[in-house]
Structure formats: structure tokens, C-alpha cells
Design a protein around this ligand. Structure first.
Ligand SMILES: *Cc1c(COP(=O)(O)O)cnc(C)c1O
Length: 460
């Protein structure tokens, strides 16, 4: 991996934020109080926060300068028009409906086009995306290639769609029951794995034959584009910006969590090329988010997103962004820690089933491991396994995802390589004492997206 060490970050630090160091005793008390759920820890008790790359990014001096140019008019803010232009210029979509974050856009698109009894095929589920599909009366169907469920398979495009699975669904339920195909770039739940341009073009061809639109979950489209650039034939001399644009032109609508790729702390949008969908979503946004020229964002937030979009598609930025993730992943591999391969774009995913082979899935191995990593080094990660999988909406049983992972996620432009070293060493220390780790059980389970607020206790 020559692309990882021969360069340093394409930025320097202008302001610092102090971190608080804690003792093991303090961390034991903190995780107990948090019900062994890293989402319930207080930020002040965390040393290196790798819970998520969502809204945890460091904005640039230009973005902060943009914040001062916020036009906080209720209607027609100039920042809206800047954002609209950025979305047209960098992503090719015609129409913009701003939302407070990604799930706001998912809500709008789901309620606008899903009918009761519909099926929504997608290249793996995402928690909020699937829930909004279900709340609109739809059923999610996984059409990602089988390789995506195998943590050891090193296929370079594990975000690809299995076209046979898509065709089989069309044959089984009929085109009229499929309102759209959901395509995510840099598939989060598969470990930040990309879809290839070739595969996306095939999906486009098949869906066009049946006149089924594609909704693009473009949360990490630039990260996906980087992998296309370095792995797919014919793309090495294209810029990330060009590849991002091309990806978007192969889809019809898009939902964006601007808290990821566009390097801000809050924001999102729905973008579309379809005027009818645009009008409907624009009407709905005033009910749930805010007027259609701010949709839950302040003017200054929209300005920061507009600037962040331009920064996010720069080759130097994305090489360093994805490169840091590769660096951490390779360190963990050197320590023998089992992780999902290939290493993804926004985080390293530890295979908790292999890390803790003695714990069956009902003992919540990934939840347990995330708690142990916090106790070890004050490093906050998150569970992506049976707890995140939720329950089947019809049977009430646990969904049992094949993957039982701990996600170690990297905020953009926040931590240095030394933080990555400390992280890898702490996880290696947990690995060394893995045989003594026992598992957790639920003590409280909320109805929706339970992983955020569930509480647990250790099993002895
Ligand atoms: C974060 C995320 C979302 C939801 O966005 P929010 O801004 O958190 O509401 C949707 N899809 C993917 C792939 C995400 O990573």
C-alpha cells in the first residue's frame, strides 16, 4: 500500500481542543453508568472518540469563514442558492431539498414514493434507511453480492449489486411493487466497501429496462470514488471529482447525510432530477423540517456544506482521509486482530465473532467488545451486529446479521497518526486478554433503533 505513508495530511492545525485522560477505574465506572452502551457515554469521559464519522469532522478555515456569511433569512437565503449550485456542479442533480440531516431526506423520499406492500432492493441495509422504508410500508430486500457478508473475502468491490438477486426479486414480486432500487456508495454496513462503476452501470441498464428509478445514498460517494480511482480499470487518470459526478449521473434521486463526506457537523439533503418528486418532497419538507430553502439548517450551516462539498472531492483530501483508515487497519492486522478485508473507507471493522469466538451471538460479542475497548484505552467505538440489527417487524425475533462487527470510525481531519497508533495498541491489549471476556445481556430495549439507547449488564 504505497499510497499510505509517503505523504502527510494536506492540512495543518490552527486550533487545538484538549482531551481529558482518565484512569481505568474512572472508565469502569463510566461504562457501567452508561449501561455498557458506548452511545450512552459522556464525551468528557472519552479520550479518542471513534464512535462515528458522523458530524464529528473538523471544518476548514474556509468553512468557518463561510459560517460568518450565513444569511439567516427565513426564506430564500443566499446560502441555499450556494448549496444548490454546489449540488448541481459537483453531483449533477437538478433539484435540492435541504433537510436537517440524512434521515430527514430518507423520510421524505420514503413517504413520497413507497406504497404499502412495496419492496425496496438495496446493496445492504442501513439502520435509518431501512426503518424509514418500513415506516412507509415497504420491505427491504438485500441484493448485495454474497462476498459482502464474508469478512475474509478480499474482493475489491464488495458494495456491488448481485444482478441475479435483483432480477429474481423483479420476477417474484413484479415491477409495480418495486418503487426504486436503493444504491449506497461506500456501503457503510458492509464496512465502507465500494460499488464499482461497471456494476453501477449494469444496475442502471437493468433498472432502465423496467423503468425503476435509483435512489443513491450518497453519504460517502467521494470515498467510493477514491476506490474506483485506485482499483478500477480506466479510472486512474480521472479525478475524484469527475468520478463522483459520473456516479451521480447514473442515479435519479439522492439522499445525503452532510455530516459525513461534506465535512460538516450537521446537515443533509434530498437531491433529485425528477420535478414531480421534487415538488412533493418540497411540500412535505415544510411539515417535517422547515421551509424548503433551509429544511432544518441555519443559513451558515448550508454555506459550510456548500464549501465542504467542494473540499470533499479533492484528490488530496480523500487520499489522506481513506489513507488514514488504511493505516489504522494495517496496524491492527500487524497485531493479528481480525478485521474486515479489504479495509474500508471510513472505518476499520473488527470481526467480533473471530475476536471473541467463545461468545455466541446472543451474548452480544460486538457490544461486549466495544465496551472492553473503551475500558482499555478510553477509545469509543460502536457495535454493528445483532444489537444494531434490531428485531424482525413481523416475528419480533432478533434479526441475526451474519456480520458481528465493532466499527472503529475515523472523523475527517480530527485525529493524527499518533492517535491511530494508540488506538491500535489499545485494541491489541484487549485482544491479548480476550479469553477472559464474558458477554452482556439486555436490561432495557427501546422499540426503535435500539442500539442507540439500549442498556446492558455483564454476564458472570
Ligand atoms: C449516517 C447515514 C445515514 C443517515 O444520516 P444521518 O445524517 O445520520 O441522519 C444514511 N445512510 C448512511 C449510509 C449513513 O452512513
Amino acid at each position: 500500500m504505497t499510497e499510505r505513508r509517503s505523504w502527510a495530511e494536506p492540512w495543518k492545525i490552527k486550533m487545538v481542543e484538549h482531551l481529558r485522560m482518565t484512569t481505568r477505574e474512572e472508565r469502569l465506572a463510566a461504562i457501567k453508568e452508561a449501561g455498557y452502551n458506548t452511545f450512552l457515554l459522556k464525551s468528557r469521559d472519552v479520550y479518542i472518540d471513534l464512535l462515528t464519522d458522523s458530524g464529528t469532522n473538523a471544518m476548514s478555515d474556509r468553512q468557518w469563514a463561510g459560517m460568518m456569511l450565513g444569511d439567516e433569512a427565513y426564506a430564500g437565503s443566499r446560502n441555499f442558492y450556494h448549496l444548490e449550485k454546489a449540488i448541481q456542479d459537483y453531483y449533477s442533480y437538478k433539484y435540492l431539498v435541504p433537510t436537517h440531516q440524512g434521515r430527514g431526506a430518507e423520510h421524505l423520499i420514503s413517504q413520497t414514493i413507497i406504497k404499502d406492500g412495496d419492496y425496496i432492493p438495496g446493496n445492504m441495509y442501513f439502520t435509518t434507511t431501512r426503518l424509514h422504508q418500513e415506516l412507509a410500508g415497504g420491505t427491504f430486500v438485500d441484493i448485495i453480492i454474497d462476498e459482502a457478508h464474508d469478512t475474509e473475502n478480499e474482493f475489491p468491490f464488495k458494495g456491488n449489486v448481485d444482478l441475479a438477486k435483483l432480477q429474481a426479486l423483479i420476477d417474484k414480486v413484479g415491477v409495480e411493487r418495486i418503487p426504486y432500487v436503493a444504491i449506497a456508495t461506500a456501503v457503510n454496513m458492509a464496512g465502507g466497501q465500494p460499488i464499482s462503476m461497471a456494476n453501477l452501470k449494469e444496475v442502471r441498464k437493468l433498472t432502465q429496462k423496467y423503468n425503476i428509478p435509483i435512489v443513491h445514498d450518497m453519504t460517502r460517494v467521494a470515498e467510493n470514488a477514491w476506490f474506483i480511482k485506485i482499483r478500477e480499470e480506466g479510472y486512474s487518470s480521472k479525478s475524484v471529482a469527475e468520478i463522483v459526478y459520473e456516479i451521480c449521473t447514473l442515479t435519479d434521486h439522492a439522499t445525503m447525510s452532510a455530516k459525513k463526506d461534506p465535512i460538516v457537523n450537521i446537515g443533509g439533503f434530498l437531491a433529485t432530477n425528477d420535478e414531480d418528486i421534487y415538488r412533493k418532497a418540497q411540500n412535505m419538507v415544510v411539515v417535517y423540517e422547515g421551509l424548503h430553502t433551509y429544511g432544518g439548517m441555519a443559513g451558515r450551516d448550508m454555506e459550510a456544506v456548500a464549501i465542504g462539498i467542494a473540499e470533499s472531492v479533492q484528490d488530496d483530501h480523500i487520499r489522506a482521509r481513506v489513507g488514514q483508515t488504511q493505516y489504522l487497519g494495517e496496524k491492527l492486522l500487524e497485531f493479528g486482530v481480525p478485521i474486515v478485508l479489504p479495509i474500508g473507507s471510513h472505518g476499520v471493522f473488527i470481526d467480533a465473532k473471530k475476536f471473541l469466538p467463545n461468545l455466541e451471538q446472543d451474548l452480544l460479542p460486538a457490544q461486549t467488545l466495544a465496551a472492553e475497548i473503551y475500558i482499555e484505552g478510553g477509545i469509543r467505538t460502536m457495535e454493528r451486529g445483532i444489537v444494531s440489527g434490531g428485531r424482525n417487524k413481523d416475528t419480533g425475533e432478533h434479526n441475526r446479521p451474519k456480520l458481528e462487527l465493532v466499527r472503529v470510525t475515523l472523523p475527517r481531519r480530527v485525529y493524527t497518526q499518533s492517535h491511530m497508533d494508540v488506538t491500535a495498541e489499545s485494541i491489541a491489549d484487549v485482544y491479548a486478554r480476550r479469553d477472559s471476556i464474558k458477554g452482556l445481556r439486555f436490561t432495557y430495549e427501546p422499540d426503535y433503533l435500539r442500539f442507540f439507547q439500549a442498556r446492558f449488564e455483564p454476564i458472570d
